[in-house]
Design a protein around this ligand. Structure first.
Ligand SMILES: C[S@@+](CC[C@H](N)C(=O)[O-])C[C@H]1O[C@@H](n2cnc3c(N)ncnc32)[C@H](O)[C@@H]1O
Length: 254
């Protein structure tokens, strides 16, 4: 076992990383959450195979950005599936350090990790990427629309947004007057995470706006994705995805 792997094994992880020696990184939920990671990985890989082809050998020219990478699980999947460059970004410096550690342990030179709040990213400096991941993030934000604008600005081909959603309202609103009636395009639920901002998966500000599905699809189109689609969920997948409490949506830039 390498020194790096010993460092990985000495702590607990959000993700069940298989390690070079055959061991697995210990997870802090005791495996309860493994299925959500596996289902999302499966859904992401299916979308990538469709968009970029299933042959990892043809992906070396592709670059990706993983927004809110946490400890780098999806960045690792991308690097292992052939992406030539992966930039992993998270607001929490400890996650950035863990992403660097796991990338080195697994020998994945394609991964770079950087600490930043999503809203502070300099999109002009970062340029555009074939794939942008925005998984498990926007329902922790007080400015989800701004985050989706950032995701769009960084994207030249495909963006995957995975999020918790809330039941939505639709219908018509007297907007200032009964003479000016507007259709509701969806709605947001407000969730209080102000007591949990210390949590490794949580919001950094505590005020969370969770979109309805209609809101998410409409906003993704408005910020510039030319086509958006809800991705299919495997029947034996994680319950929240199977039961439409969470979705993974693909947005294309054509
Ligand atoms: C539920 S976890 C999801 C992690 C990973 N993307 C996944 O899907 O497994 C939420 C992540 O968002 C990060 N995060 C929260 N607010 C953020 C912000 N404003 N900018 C960047 N990252 C943020 C957290 O540190 C955490 O790693």
């Amino acid at each position: 076992m390498s020194d790096l792997e010993a460092q990985v094994l000495a702590k607990t992880w959000f993700y069940p990383y298989p390690l070079p020696s055959g061991r697995q990184a210990p997870t802090y939920d005791g495996g309860v959450l493994d299925l959500i990671h596996h289902t999302r990985t499966q859904m992401m890989q299916a979308a990538l195979n469709q968009e970029f082809g299933a042959d990892a050998g043809t992906r070396a020219e592709l670059s990706a950005v993983d927004l809110a990478c946490h400890q780098g699980w999806f960045s690792v999947q991308l690097a292992q599936s052939g992406f030539g460059r992966v930039l992993a970004v998270d607001a929490r410096p400890e996650h950035v350090a863990d992403t660097r550690l796991i990338a080195r342990t697994l020998g994945l030179d394609a991964i770079d990790a950087e600490q930043s709040d999503i809203h502070a990213l300099d999109t002009a400096a970062l340029g555009q990427h074939d794939l942008v991941l925005c998984l498990g993030l926007i329902y922790h934000l007080e400015n989800p629309v701004g985050a989706l604008r950032i995701a769009r600005a960084l994207c030249r081909r495909l963006c995957l947004v995975e999020t918790q959603i809330v039941p939505g309202q639709t219908g018509w609103v007297d907007y200032g007057s009964y003479r000016f009636v507007r259709p509701l395009k969806g709605s947001f639920g407000i969730i209080d995470e102000t007591g949990e901002t210390h949590g490794p998966e949580a919001s950094t500000t505590g005020i969370c706006l969770v979109p309805s599905l209609e809101a998410l699809l409409w906003i993704m189109q408005r910020v510039g994705f030319s086509r958006v689609e809800v991705l299919p969920v495997p029947e034996d997948g994680y319950e929240q995805l199977v039961h439409h409490k969470r979705v993974m949506v693909a947005g294309w830039v054509d």
